[in-house]
Design a protein around this ligand. Sequence first.
Ligand code: BES
Ligand code: MN
Ligand code: ZN
Length: 498
Amino acid sequence: MEFSTKCASPVQIKSACAVVGVFEPRKLSTAAAALDRAAKGYLSAIVRGGDMEGKAGTTLLLHHVPNVACDRVLLVGLGPEREFRDRNYREAIAAALRVLNSTGATEATLHLTELAVPRRDGRWRITHATAVAREAVYRFDKMKSKPEGTPPALRRLVLGVRDRGELRRAAAGLEQGLAVAHGVSLARDLGNLPGNVCTPAYLAEQAREVAKRYRMKITVLEREDMEKLGMGALLSVAAGSAQPPKLIVLEHRSGPRSQKPVALVGKGITFDTGGISLKPASEMDEMKFDMCGAASVLGTIKAAAEMKLPVNVVGLIPTSENMPGGRATKPGDIVTTMSGQTVEVLNTDAEGRLILCDALTYAERFEPAAVVDIATLTGACVIALGHVASGLFANDDALARELLAAGELACDRAWRMPLWDEYQEQLKSNFADFANIGGRPAGSVTAACFLARFSRKFKWAHLDIAGTAWKRGKEKGASGRPVPLLTQFLVNRAGRGK
Ligand code: BES
Ligand code: MN
Ligand code: ZN
């Protein structure tokens, strides 16, 4: 789908479909009122007749509205004007796209982007309209023998801009919206691929593709390199698998030479059986999504590269399968991490922290300004925050605030969780420096506490995306989160936010 921006009255634009909003109860938006005046009250009569109350989520498609240049007019219910916020705006756009994709219209002009959203500017509205529209047309049919159904006819989407003075900022919004959408789409594709296709080697290949396309430096560490570096924790997770582990290092360096990089570290378990501490069979298929942290790092770096963001970013992806087997790590085994600290592996299913800890130690060599790791780390985080917010842990308050604010702006929210020393006691081991699990209470906190022991040398934050990286049930599939949050974080760091 092709996107553009335009500043003109809906009466003048000749388009296959004009999309305008109606607030509840029965109040036409500015663009809808302009069409209504041209059509001599045609729309207000429909609204007065009770066919469009303006309830959020409702739509009404009209043909041949008199004196209007467009073939169709799509009315979209917005809910009460006083309650119209970020979420209502995004949902109205998604509802419009659902209808547009089921009509024959090849082109449409979206005037919903001209609606006022409290505390948000024109640039924000365009960014989100673009990202939401792309999300609405996302399909994953790579693994089907033939595509299902007919593809949507919609080819071109014109986004309305309120006044000429806003056109430049709208263009910046469009660029960011497309970059985020492309990053999200890459992350979703990688997440949705099955474990027999998306292996550590496949992730490395995909990272190489990204590196080639945007001329980035890439290094892939192999098992022998990890052995030399003493990455005993990462290697212990890979021990039961026939697939060799990798540590992918991808560098987007478009910032000033002297600027220290942000390091993004993504958990890349391409399938998590639990290892010898085997998981129960039900829903185990969803553990193909255990590499969504890794996918979000690739998606975010792609977005940053596409926008040519003047920042330095290093993506670090430790990737492995977690399998049982004759060579697999056993409960009670003790491993030596790259940091020198020893860990008693009391549960082989707590493997994410084991691959991440060595990647965090490896990150030290980049002298990072900040390190953010992203991981589908704990079922406990799903219990704590459900599928709405990602869990945020940090050893630095300013970094935490920065990430929370980026999440708000990107509508990809995180919620801060504690990382107090009291919780560290749960990791006590009688045999090694500490254990890899801390028992049932506060499971997502003790997992973060484990990682904190490898992050003392830099400002560090951890995003537990176990509840947000994919949707379950009928809509099962990767969400692409938190690519929007991370991209906004980098945009803000690049000083491009305003
Ligand atoms: N990848 C899982 C976490 C997970 C589970 C994410 C379910 C989303 C849904 C992780 O490797 C894991 O197995 N964690 C264990 C840790 C426990 C053994 C301390 C968990 O959460 O049960
Ligand atoms: Mn696990
Ligand atoms: Zn896992």
